[in-house]
Design a protein around this ligand. Structure first.
Ligand SMILES: Nc1ncnc2c1ncn2[C@@H]1O[C@H](COP(=O)(O)OP(=O)(O)OP(=O)(O)O)[C@@H](O)[C@H]1O
Length: 324
């Protein structure tokens, strides 16, 4: 198992206190025979994009529900922005924004009304009957976010006229209104077409850069997780890999090149002289990181008839882990 628990500290930068710290978290549902989440520990760096990946039933929703204070853990501890989720749940809620799998907008209201009612419900601003009569602070914040998300023009339109992508943007806007330090997204792009999915990602990275928000994401889409700073793969309630996408890939899937030549004896002798790990089977399979490939190929003098590189994708790593 890969576990890079302390990706935040390096020789160049001082260690940064995690914004989320999960320690030995366990959830066992009533009457269940096994733990849905089985003593998992990980931490998330402030301002980073963190992705929790796993197949159906892995324990992602259970974990995100505990972290967002909607489900009680069986044991273990979770700290978010220095608050304990069990003892300081309301302080945790003030510091987080949540976007659930199912949209929760009122289709009969305009976009701005949806945001206004939410803001009033959460005690962020006193209720006023129109946008114009709301406090200046509210108007400025909603304008700023609507500009980032590029839905300024649509703020006063009824939500029932919105596309799926626009609704998602509105939900993001609404969840960011109180400046949360962490935004939780549970499979946010499920049901969106590829172009809405792409633009949602652009908006999320913009928001992350401009608002310094930490993003905690669960997804089934590997290409989305590949954009994350850190990923954590869970399967049957256990962490099976944790690190940057590159670390997960590098440690789980081998990078190699297949080489062949008419004069195989000469090629094999050369590969061995270059101190490369290679078997007798043809074509020769040479374990080689891609950054060394060029120099090794230049050093080989035997004329080659085959050069085939194999670079692992996160998908390869994922299938490798989940298949076990
Ligand atoms: N309310 C519940 N009562 C009993 N068992 C549950 C409950 N919710 C989830 N489980 C079980 O806990 C395990 C983890 O489920 P969870 O929903 O957290 O997985 P997931 O990774 O979010 O899956 P998916 O990708 O399908 O949403 C599964 O075995 C599931 O059957």
């Amino acid at each position: 198992m890969i576990q890079k628990q302390d990706a935040s500290s390096s020789a160049l930068s001082p260690p940064v206190a995690p914004i989320i710290k999960v320690e030995r978290l366990v959830k066992r549902y009533k009457k269940a025979e096994t733990n849905a989440v089985n003593e998992i520990s990980f931490s998330v760096r402030p301002g980073s994009l963190f992705s929790l990946l796993g197949p159906n039933g892995a324990g992602k929703t259970t974990t995100i529900s505990i972290l967002t204070t909607t489900l009680q853990p069986t044991s273990g501890s979770v700290m978010i922005a220095d608050y304990d989720i069990s003892r300081q749940a309301s302080a945790v809620r003030k510091n987080i924004g949540i976007i659930f799998q199912k949209p929760s907008l009122d289709l009969n209201l305009t976009a701005e009304e949806n945001v206004r009612f939410h803001a009033t419900l959460y005690g962020l601003y006193p209720f006023r009957p129109s946008y114009k009569t709301m406090p200046k602070g509210y108007q400025q914040r909603i304008d700023e976010l609507a500009n980032v998300l590029e839905i300024r023009e649509d703020l006063f339109k009824p939500v029932k006229k919105f596309s799926g992508g626009m609704m998602r943007k509105l939900e993001i806007l609404r969840s960011l209104l109180h400046n949360p330090r962490v935004l939780f997204l549970d499979e946010p792009t499920t049901g969106l077409d590829p172009s809405s999915r792409r633009s949602l990602w652009e908006y999320l990275s913009k928001v992350r850069l401009e608002q310094q928000t930490t993003i905690f994401l669960t997804t089934h889409y590997l290409e989305e997780a590949e954009k994350a700073d850190d990923i954590c793969i869970i399967n049957k309630g256990n962490i099976v890999a944790h690190g940057t996408p590159a670390q997960v890939k590098a440690e789980l899937v081998e990078e190699y090149v297949l080489l062949d030549a008419d004069d195989r004896a000469s090629l094999l002798a050369e590969l061995r002289r270059l101190d490369l790990s290679v078997g007798e089977q043809v074509p020769f399979k040479v374990s080689l990181a891609h950054d060394r490939l060029h120099s090794v190929l230049k050093a080989i003098e035997t004329p080659l008839t085959l050069i085939e590189t194999h670079l692992p994708s996160l998908e390869d790593a994922y299938m490798e882990i989940i298949g076990k």
